[in-house]
Structure formats: C-alpha cells, structure tokens
Design a protein around this ligand. Structure first.
Ligand SMILES: Nc1ncnc2c1ncn2[C@@H]1O[C@H](COP(=O)(O)OP(=O)(O)OP(=O)(O)O)[C@@H](O)[C@H]1O
Length: 259
C-alpha cells in the first residue's frame, strides 16, 4: 500500500430528486488498500460504487480515480468541464465490479462470460482471452466448469465467475457490492475465501460494500461506517468493531451483530 489516494471523493453531492444521498462526502482510498463500507440501508453505500463505475453521475464535488477526475476533464483553458463519453470509457477500464446478483449472461458459457469483454473492449485475440479466462477460472477454483452455463452452477460458483469476470479486464480497483447477500448461508464461505485470497495480493485496491461483518473484519485494512451520506466513523477493523467512538456506530453494530 502507498500513501497516494487512488480514489478520492472531494465534497461529492449526489441527489435523486429531493433526496440527498451523498452530502458533501469526503472519502479516500489508498492504492492497494482494502476498505469496507458498512452502514444502514439507504445511507449511500452502493451509490458510491455506482458513481465510480460511471453508472450514476454526480451533482457536486469532484471524484478522482488514479489522480484524474472521473466525472470531469480539463477543458481548453485548464478548468474542469463535464466528462465526455470517451473520457468516461477510458476511466472505466481502471475499475471492475462484482454485483450482488452476479449479472452473468445466461446464454453464454462460463468461459465466454469472462472472455467477452476482453475480446470486445481490449481487442484480445480469442486465444489470448481463452488463456486469460482459464487462468482466472483456476484462481477462483472453477477450472473444470468452463463449458457450463450459469444456471448449471450454484450461487456461490456463479459469484466466483462474477469475480473472475471483473478481473478479466485487469482493473487496478475492484469494487464489490454486497457480493454475498444473495447467497444461501452455506455458500458464503467459498466466496469469502476467494475474496480473501485476492486481498492478499497487495497491488489490488479493493472497496467492498457489505453487510457481512465477518468479511469487513477479516479482509479490510479500514472500515468506514456510512450514515446519511457521509462517513460517520472509520478505523482499523479491530478498533471500530471492538470500541467504536460514536454512539451511532455502536447501535448499528449491536443491531447487525445481534441478528
Ligand atoms: N436510481 C435511483 N433513483 C431514486 N432513488 C435512488 C436511486 N438509487 C438509489 N436511490 C435511493 O438512494 C438512497 C441510497 O441508496 P444506496 O443504494 O446507495 O443505499 P445503500 O446504503 O447501499 O443501501 P442498502 O444497504 O439498502 O443497499 C436510497 O434511499 C435509495 O432508495
């Protein structure tokens, strides 16, 4: 990990109609850092990831990824102007995302699900993409499932394919949006293990929105507690989970850990 932020939210505002979801959010993730975002439903956690994936725009502030503004670019006079589609497309290649509902293409084999974007977007040859896909399937423990279709796999296996697919574009930053919450409890462990293995790879920056406290505790360098579109408290998992400073964090943790 280095001290340089790879992700930076500077006073970011996001509104949906009258609802202010992010309220001048300041938030940073360092290169190589593994950060979990926890917090009550509706506090803006997934919105942070969706903004980074350029699935939602922003209403104020600046988001920087890899030192460059994401939603803005420099105009002719050096001032920031709204980003063009070409700029967003270029910036997007730095990030991969693992979705709660896997979002696999049902009509493609497991291997095609992984190789489709590298062939289409990066222009890899079919052979190169196949090799990359097979390596990634091996990494997530599914080397023998390449020719199956998603519906032939368990939820845990589908999510491991989702992780392999997100890695196929070789992103520097991997985002996880509640990656285990659609899974039966007995399948959570296998997905956590794969994510834990990735977390040991120091170069990869990981940002995880999770309701799985075990996950936040075991995998992250830092846990951020979101409340009403801001970070209410953050810290190392061993501090935040055992002795939070804020009453609001304590109540939240008590409620989720009692469940
Ligand atoms: N496209 C949208 N249009 C309108 N409102 C939205 C939209 N997306 C999100 N919201 C609202 O914004 C708020 C924050 O949503 P977000 O998904 O970021 O919360 P969250 O903290 O991830 O919650 P959860 O833990 O329930 O997933 C919620 O009140 C949600 O209903």
């Amino acid at each position: 990990m280095t001290d340089e932020p790879i992700i930076k939210f500077d006073k970011v505002v996001k509104r949906f109609g009258d609802l202010t979801v992010l309220n001048e959010l300041d938030f940073e993730v360092k290169k190589g850092e593994k950060v979990s975002i926890i917090g009550p439903s509706g506090s803006g956690k997934s919105t942070v990831l969706r903004i980074l994936m350029t699935l939602e725009d922003i209403n104020g502030g600046v988001v920087t990824v890899g030192g460059e503004p994401l939603w803005h670019e420099k105009g002719p006079d050096g001032s920031l102007v709204p980003a063009s589609e070409a700029h967003l497309r270029k910036m997007r290649t730095q990030l991969g995302m693992v979705f709660q509902q896997f979002n696999l293409f049902p009509h493609m084999t497991v291997l095609r699900n992984i190789t489709e974007a590298p062939v289409r977007v990066l222009g890899l040859s079919k052979q190169e993409a196949k090799q990359r896909g097979e390596e990634l399937l091996d990494l997530v423990g599914l080397a023998d499932q390449a020719r199956k279709y998603p519906h032939q796999l368990s939820g845990g296996q589908q999510q491991r394919v989702g992780i392999a697919r997100a890695l196929a574009m070789r992103p520097n930053i991997l985002l996880f949006d509640e990656p285990t919450s659609a899974l039966d409890p007995e399948l959570v462990g296998e997905v956590l293990n794969v994510i834990g293995k990735l977390a040991e790879e120091h170069d990869l920056t990981m940002l995880l929105v999770t309701h799985e406290m075990r996950f936040a505790r075991e995998i992250s360098d830092r846990v951020c507690f979101f409340d009403q579109g801001r970070i209410r408290e953050e810290g190392a998992p061993e501090d935040l989970f055992t002795d939070p400073n804020e009453e609001r964090t304590r109540e939240f943790l008590q409620a989720v850990l009692d469940n």
